[in-house]
Design a protein around this ligand. Sequence first.
Ligand code: ADP
Ligand code: MG
Length: 614
Amino acid sequence: MVGVDIGNSTTEASLAKIDADGGAVFLGSALTRTTGIKGTVKNVEGVAKAVVWSLQHAGIGIAELDVVLLNEATPVISGLAMETITETIITESTMIGHDPRTPGGRGLGVGTIVDFAALAEATPGTPLIVVVPADVDFDVVAATINAAAHRGVEVSGAILRNDDAVLVANRLDTKIPIIDEVSLIEAVPRGMTAAVEVAAPGQSIRTLSNAYGLATIFGLDPEQTRVVSPVARALTGNRSAVVVRTPSGDVADRTIPAGALTLIGARKTATVDVSRGAVEVMAEVERVSPLMDVTGQAGTNSGGMIANVRQSMADLSNHTLADVHIQDLLAIDTLVPKEVRGGVAGEVALENAVALAAMVRTKESGMQAVADEVAAQLRGLGAEAVEVVVGGVEAEMAVLGALTTPGTDKPLVVLDLGGGSSDAAVIQTDGRTEATHLAGAGDLVTKLIDAELGLDNLELAEQIKRCPLGKAESFFHVRLENGTVQFFDTPLPATAFARVVTLGDTGMSPIPTRHSLDRIRGVRRTAKERVFVVNALRALRGIAPGGDLRQIGFVVLLGGCALDFEIPQLIADAVAPYGIVCGTGNVRGTEGPRNAVASGLVAAFAASLVAAHA
Ligand code: ADP
Ligand code: MG
């Protein structure tokens, strides 16, 4: 017989035979991607594949297959939404928070903006910042600036259209800060006061990223300083920047009305404004729990997010909107890079955003239809006598499977860290079980990494999530993220050189962004913490007797994300203060955190046969 667990992402199969005493003897296992939405007939393809593979690996003919056991899949599906709730808008181009790859020179220069064409006629007296369009050669730029300097004209900085800053800087008699690659050079307002700052390699600017630095340069009063403080914030961490002061220019740090969510609990209802942040939203979710549904304020971002989640879930599960109820919500604050509206060089500011994961309980599961179809398909493949049985509540089966991990005992809590949801189940000493399903898991981590690093590439984000980082410092060695060095006998690929790379099973792949290793690592770890540590604690509080975490003895981590190289550690660290033994499961002592539900199905079925005989 084969036990099969259909998950949101993965379908797992465990093959066993019943020995003379009625015990289950495991012969093999297999896993494959779940086909279609969990609980729908599309799953059949994946189920058949996993069953056939598990038989093949064990060298057993398909005709010998008697029983396939399917889990009664918990009818929950999860959805994600993300919205920015602040927006930086520049009116009249007051800022170039631009960070070209190769700025030139160094230091801070303040002056009046003058067009390159006017530089030859400029007279001494006022310091100037020269703006150079695309059609001027770098040799000419350097010669003209040098000539002006010899006439006593103080050129204190330059803004270039082309990628020529280093070429120009190398040809100047006096070093000045130079910024290049400013695409909308025509939009830089002439005649205004501007400041250009370039930091030394490896450093970031100090003056223009400091609100009081700006106030000092431009002589701002407290009210004006308040207005420009978003500029300073947006420039933080850049190696170079330009700030232009225009009389009516304005940078606004606008809060987009995020709207309120109404959380409907079994006994209490609460309304909470999303712009108050994830902590407050989650406090309310906990206060009204158990959650029965969530609605958003129409015409606001949060209203739109909730509506989107509900609609996509209704579409997926073939339910009407009225039948879709949100039974858990996870809100997370994030900062995402967004292009600034009104900028002139593709300036990017970090905006506040909220990510929401929602868990929907669907009306009923369609597992019987799946079972019938699986039976038909397997019979067609030669398993003439096969019976397909739906049975076993997923959470109970997961606990049974987890208990086969060496060193575990009841009471035991299972945390199944999947793609869409984090599921928790507890088994008490007397065998009673209880389960809870929380929104937010591996897919949300991937999505946060994607958004916070501005990748727009979920595959790359998934790879960053799963692999440690390194930096190829020479053609023969990589500095790993823990500070150690790995040497190679053959030269590394040229594409990896001086790049931050992920170190996967199949080798290293360069990450095509300019983020530093530390930044990528920081984003990766906080995303995991904000999803899994938060959810682990929520789940444990939800099922611990009296909400007291000290009553929990053992926690076994299961599911794809328990295979992660750091998530189990992050969770173990968070629960250690409660005296909990927490580790990654090793189902049957061989399967790692995989196959718990499938193994539990088989064990439960074997036990029921024995009971029927007695
Ligand atoms: P489900 O039970 O919902 O089908 P899984 O238990 O298969 O889901 O977990 C899927 C999640 O596990 C995904 O978010 C995926 O990124 C993650 N995952 C799978 N394999 C690994 C791995 N080797 N390392 C880290 N994460 C992994
Ligand atoms: Mg699962």
